[in-house]
Design a protein around this ligand. Structure first.
Ligand SMILES: *Cc1c(COP(=O)(O)O)cnc(C)c1O
Length: 432
């Protein structure tokens, strides 16, 4: 399988180059040259498949030319070693819980798979790889845990001092080993700027092999397709058409769903549910794409004003708005509506949803109310409520029990290294 840039202004590359390069040299995002369609037999077997088996079968369609089958099997079983259960709230309303990984958010799927794939690619190179990532919270923890202890790879995380939650900070500053967390005296934008400067520094590149672990990397998207298939496999004998609702920020999760549909997964519609940062729903409704500075909300992992995977969505539908509308319906919601949904979900179903999942529940409800299409709805639950315990407690008056893993992590000492907001300081550290 070859990969090309969404900007189509540079040569096609192998999976290895796409994964180790991150962004294409023309500034575009890598996409598969073609999306393979799975045979009907696959869907007959799918009902009985485990998540690692799905990871192997779907993954080898994209990895098969570059990675031996036994390695794909190993990567899938090691990376996907936690469940993605469907919880039925009532009737045709289901939640797909994607938060049972080590950092309690769905980003574990992408980060763990990417880490093992990169490990395979650098194993024989004899050169250490440095993975640089700027984070406002969840990405840092998933990437840190995904790469912890992986041989030949060093991870450097840049995060804004005082602007991530305590749980998030502890999850990426307490590991040590090959994980270095830099507490930057600046904002998330400053961190991102430092990371970009390092990634485009030719002088530095001669000394250090550097790549990015942000969601522009295609290695994070491929494993995010697997759980859409796993959801279908769990919904045995579904009489009604399937609708997935996806709480979205950078739209990697939703793009992976669209790719799964292109591979043959029978899905009627995808709901693109956002908070007040609603540039994609606005585009679907008006045809105008107006990226802008992000607004702060209670579902902060989705505070994205210029979603990077929008380029991949347009590419997949060849910039045909009506074709995209056939598969994706979108809406954005306020914090007040999100809090009310958390409350109602607890009252009606006894279920605690984190604020991101609540946006997805709301999106599905409004879609069904407006379209009146009988369907089976699956909301992707992207984070454990304990990760946003304060917000959940305020909205529902429920105390959210801390998970054991999170409690352990909170009790460990942090090893963050303070860093001035100065590129020279970062460079010295990367060379050291
Ligand atoms: C990152 C994240 C999202 C948004 O996912 P995208 O793929 O960027 O759209 C939603 N919820 C949680 C909890 C997240 O961490």
């Amino acid at each position: 399988m070859k990969f090309r840039s969404t900007n189509r202004k540079c040569p096609e590359v192998s999976l290895r180059e796409a994964v180790l390069g991150g962004l294409a040299p023309d500034g575009g995002l890598y996409v598969p040259l073609t999306i393979p369609v799975l045979p009907p037999e696959f869907f007959a077997w799918l009902r009985g498949m485990t998540l690692p088996q799905i990871g192997f079968e779907v993954g080898k369609e994209f990895l098969g030319d570059d990675v031996p089958e036994e390695i794909i099997r190993l990567i899938s079983s090691e990376a996907l070693n936690f469940p993605a259960p469907i919880v039925t709230l009532g009737g045709d309303l289901h939640v797909l819980e994607l938060f049972h990984g080590p950092t309690l958010a769905f980003k574990d799927f992408g980060a763990r798979f990417m880490a093992r794939l990169m490990e395979y690619f650098v194993r024989d190179s004899g050169r250490e790889l440095t993975v640089l990532v700027a984070t406002s919270g969840d990405t840092g923890s998933a990437v840190a845990h995904g790469f912890h202890g992986v041989a030949g790879i060093r991870v450097v995380i840049l995060y804004p001092s005082g602007r991530v939650s305590q749980a998030q900070e502890k999850q990426f500053t307490t590991l040590g080993g090959n994980i270095t967390a830099l507490e930057v005296a600046g904002s998330f934008d400053d961190c991102q700027k430092l990371a970009k400067q390092a990634l485009s520094d030719q002088d530095l590149a001669r000394e250090v092999s550097l790549t990015s672990a942000n969601s522009i990397n295609i290695a994070r998207l491929i494993p995010q397709m697997f759980y859409y298939f796993a959801a279908w496999a769990q919904l045995k004998d579904a009489p009604l058409p399937l609708v997935f609702s996806i709480p979205s920020g950078n739209f990697g999760n939703l793009t992976a769903g669209l790719m799964a549909k292109r591979m043959g997964l029978p899905v009627l519609r995808f709901v693109a549910a956002t908070n007040a940062n609603d540039v994609v729903p606005e585009y679907l409704n008006t045809g105008e794409f107006r990226p802008r500075a992000s607004q702060r909300t209670i579902s902060n992992a989705m505070d994205v004003g210029n979603p990077s995977n929008f380029a991949r969505m347009l590419d997949l539908y060849e910039h045909d708005l009506n074709a995209l509308r056939t598969d994706v319906w979108g809406a954005g919601f306020s914090d007040a509506d999100t809090e009310q949904t958390m409350r109602v979900t607890k009252e009606h179903y006894g279920y605690l949803a984190d604020p991101h999942t609540a946006v997805g529940l709301l999106g599905l409800r409004i879609f069904q109310r407006q379209k009146k299409i009988p369907c089976r709805g699956v909301v992707l639950s992207t984070a454990h409520p304990a990760k946003f315990a304060d917000i959940v407690a305020t909205a529902t008056a429920a105390r959210v029990p801390l998970s054991q893993g999170l409690a352990d992590c909170l009790s460990r000492p942090s090893h963050a290294v303070p860093l001035a907001n100065r590129y020279e300081d970062l460079k010295r550290l990367l060379l050291g």
